[in-house]
Each structure stands twice: as C-alpha cells, then as structure tokens.
Design a protein around this ligand. Structure first.
Ligand SMILES: [Zn+2]
Length: 246
C-alpha cells in the first residue's frame, strides 16, 4: 500500500512535540503513519527516572517511543540507532541510505521532517536530520542511488511531497525566537490535544519538560512548509494531501 505519511526525526519525542496532533488526526482518518527515529535519545536527562547508563536510558527511551507511537496511531517505528548528539558529526551517507531504505519500504505519499533551521531550538541533530531527509526524499526515487537495496526486493520510490515542520513567527519576548520557513499548511489539532499530551506523557524520562510542552506543543494548529514535490492547489492548505490523487 502507498499513500501514507512517513516522519523522519532525530530523537524520541520529536514526533510528539512537532507533529503529534497531525499524526493522531491522520492515523484516526485511516492514513498509515510511520516513523524513522535516527537516535535513541541517550544523551538527555531522565527527569528523575533512575538510570545507570546511557545504554539503559536508550532502552528506556525506545520503549517510551513505542508507547507514544501506539498512542498516536503510528504503525511502524524504525530506529536508526545512532548516538544522540552525533548526527552533525557523522558521515551522512549511511544515514541517508537508511532513510532511503525506509522510504522505499514504507512508500509514503508525504514525508515530513524538521526544516533546515532545526526546529525552534535549532538543535544540531534536528538540522542534520533535515538535511539527510531532504537528500533521501530525492534519492529514494533514483534507481542508481543506493542500488544495493534493490536486489532485496525494494523499488525506487518518489513520495509526492516533502513538508518541513513550521510555526508562526514568535513574539519578541518568546523564549525560543528562531523562525521557520513560511507555513504553507495549517492542520487544526485542538481536538487531538488529549491524545498529543498522552503521547508526551508516555515519554516518562521527559516529564521535566511538561510545562514547556503544554506551552509550545499544545497549540491549536500544527504548521508545515512545503519543501518539495507536487505544488499545492492553494498557497495555504488545511490538508497535507490536498490536490494529490489518493
Ligand atoms: Zn529532538
């Protein structure tokens, strides 16, 4: 089956914070939603949850992510297994290859990731996953790229649209003042707040950030900016699939 949404992010909880309402909405509407998460989030703190090593934190965060994914209706979660905080330092070629493989396997219509600015906190992993996903969006459709994947039964895949996470320009007094690309899509998520908050609460090691989540994550709308692919029928759309043949 083709035609769903594939998200590519850097850390467990990015999917909830950035696009959790949108995923809850589309999965409930019957669209398949899948996630590639590049790292285990093993460099963060654990909000008082007792953890004795990075490996233990990684295992815990993978488990939390599976629980959050279930809450949001995400069907498949693929873990990249890379070190938290390392994405900007590594050779991006293998990471791009793993995202290409993910797109060829899941065959989405829509791909979403952070913008090149790296989300409001401009995290270096967020910036790196944006670059890698942008490359993979195009390369997945070219048969001579990562061609070693094809004998295993995979086919090249051209997704219809690549969207970056976007947001409205913050007020001058905002804690995080970074701006995104101008939004071209606005998905109303107010009726999905409960689900989005439940997904965040599944990330138990991140509970120290719950107030920030409630302030920044529970807006009425999640915004996106069309980065590549099929042009939108209007400059601003309220459905990421608007104008695509489904
Ligand atoms: Zn993150």
């Amino acid at each position: 089956m083709t035609g769903g949404i594939a998200c590519v992010f850097a850390h467990p909880d990015d999917e909830t914070f950035a696009v959790g309402g949108t995923l809850a909405y589309y999965s409930a509407a019957g669209f398949r939603c899948d996630l590639f998460c590049a790292t285990d989030g093993d460099a963060g703190r654990s909000s008082g949850v007792p953890v004795s090593s990075r490996a233990e934190l990684a295992a815990l965060r993978r488990k939390e992510l599976r629980s959050a994914a279930t809450t949001l209706g995400i069907e498949v979660v693929v873990m990249g297994g890379l070190g938290d905080g390392t994405l900007h330092q590594i050779d991006p070629t293998p990471l791009i290859g793993e995202i290409v493989r993910f797109l060829r396997q899941r065959r989405p219509a829509i791909v979403m990731t952070f913008g090149p600015e790296g989300a409001p906190n401009a995290h270096r992993d967020h910036r790196a996953i944006s670059r890698a996903t942008t490359a993979a969006f195009f390369l997945a459709g070219i048969p001579t790229e990562y061609s070693d994947q094809l004998p295993a039964g995979l086919e090249p895949h051209c997704a219809s649209r690549l969207f970056y996470v976007a947001w409205q320009p913050p007020p001058p007094e905002a804690e995080l003042r970074a701006q995104s690309l101008a939004a071209t899509a606005a998905i109303p998520i107010a009726r999905w707040h409960e689900r989005k908050l439940a997904a965040f609460m599944a990330h138990e090691t991140q509970h120290d950030h719950v107030e920030r989540f409630k302030t920044l994550g529970l807006s009425d709308v999640e915004y996106f900016a069309l980065a590549a692919g099929t042009p939108q029928p209007q400059p601003m759309i309220a459905d990421l699939f608007d104008g695509l043949a489904t």
